[in-house]
Ligand binder design. Structure first.
Ligand code: GLA
Length: 397
């Protein structure tokens, strides 16, 4: 089986000193809430970015990836963009952020191999960022405080580094988000990076993006998770994403609050006239999503998955009708899922405008669900779509 270690050996002719992995994520509930200081639930899934690496003495960094024919090489002191290897921007962005926090590292060779489908909205980019931060930690051990380097880090007798603590994970998540915002130029929130770091096997991650606090709550084994990739890759994703984000921020300003997190449904209704149509639609979606996460958490803790699933359907409808980040293929996938007796809930996951749906399905009928939806999607669109059943896993290490 191809993995980061074998890609490393093939390219560099020796075994790597370290291997790290970081999982992709699924947004379970709470769409476009993260950058509005809101609430969101997610899962880390068994699709990964693996990175194998060894230090090198000459201060150079060399990168290869099984997914791209072009590798890259640059000085560890000066990671600059290379138009022939834009995939490496996610890595360079993290290196720049580490340096800015006073973390010292030298050169290294690295090989990357991933199982997260690219462009399906499962956050291969955040996983690549997290894998980079973890790899540098293995190669040139560092400890991070809230804003900067917090001193050297020692390996134990077995040569292992201490596991990352909660605060360190939060700092790394912020650092990786900053890499994407500032170096790559995508104005994303913090959902993807937190999910890749805080994943816990068979648990849902609950993130409060205002407090930046994370909790984990179990998802029982009789509920399965299936991803259906619509195959639609929207050409203007970044533009649409940034546009919605701007509408949300304008709506908050017009309502006189710091963020849409501060807005209750009643308040939004009472002040609707202060907002333009698009601002209102976006705000309505975000305010509703925050409510659904609160109610969804109660349903989860009470073990009421039928009710929890209803919030997923409602979330999708709100995306489709208000936030307008769905597309006909995603709507069709949710409609087909809803028609299957074993489906508890389904919705688009992540940024939208294409990408994938998440489906909660009774485990006993997982296979029938996948077969049926694939056949129906083929019948309606003529296109092949292979549903993926996902396990919920631990975060990057
Ligand atoms: C993308 C972004 C996240 C989040 C979701 C929508 O995945 O990277 O930060 O905004 O969209 O919830």
């Amino acid at each position: 089986m191809l993995d980061a270690k074998s890609v490393f050996k093939q390219h560099y002719g020796s075994a790597p000193a370290h291997i790290v992995i970081a999982p992709g994520r699924l947004e379970l509930l709470g769409n476009h809430t993260d950058y509005n200081e809101g609430l969101v639930m997610s899962l880390a899934i068994d699709k990964y970015i693996g990175m194998a690496g060894s230090p090198r003495p000459d201060g150079r960094i060399e990168l290869v990836s099984s997914a791209f024919s072009n590798g890259d090489q640059f000085s560890a002191d000066n990671p600059v963009k290379n138009p022939n290897a834009t995939w490496a921007d996610y890595i360079k962005g993290v290196l720049v952020q580490l340096r800015q926090r006073g973390i010292r590292f030298g050169g290294f060779n690295a090989a990357i191999h991933g199982t997260i489908p690219i462009g399906a909205g499962l956050s291969s980019s955040a996983a690549l960022e997290v894998a980079t931060a973890l790899m540098v930690r293995q190669l040139y051990p560092y400890a991070v405080g809230s804003t900067a380097m917090a001193g050297p880090l020692k390996r134990d007798a077995q040569g292992e580094l201490p596991p990352l603590g909660v605060q360190e994970k939060l700092v790394l998540a912020r650092l990786c988000q900053a890499a994407e915002n500032q170096f790559v130029g995508v104005n994303c929130g913090i959902l993807d990076q937190v999910s890749s770091l805080f994943g816990k096997a068979n648990h849902v991650i609950l993130i409060d993006c205002r407090e930046l606090s994370v909790q984990q709550t179990p998802l029982p084994g009789d509920v399965g998770v299936v991803v259906c990739d619509s195959g639609v890759k929207h050409a203007l994703v970044a533009g649409e994403y940034n546009d919605r984000r701007r509408q949300c921020e304008e709506a908050a300003r017009a309502l006189g609050v710091k963020s849409l997190r501060c807005v209750e449904p009643k308040q939004l209704a009472a002040h609707r006239s202060k907002l333009g149509d698009s601002q209102y639609r976006c705000a309505y979606h975000v305010v509703g999503e925050n409510q659904r996460v609160i109610f969804g958490e109660r349903a989860l803790r009470a073990g009421d998955f039928e009710q929890f699933g209803q919030y997923l359907y409602q979330s999708h409808e709100s995306s489709r009708d208000f936030f307008r980040n769905s597309c006909p293929e995603l709507d069709l996938l949710v409609e087909l899922a809803r028609g299957h007796r074993s489906c508890l809930g389904a919705r688009l996951t992540g940024g939208g405008f294409g990408g994938a749906t998440i489906n909660l399905v009774k485990v006993a009928e997982l296979e029938d669900f996948q077969r049926t939806i694939a056949a129906q999607f083929k019948g309606r669109t003529g296109r092949r779509m292979q549903p993926m059943s996902c396990r919920i896993v631990d975060g990057g290490q």
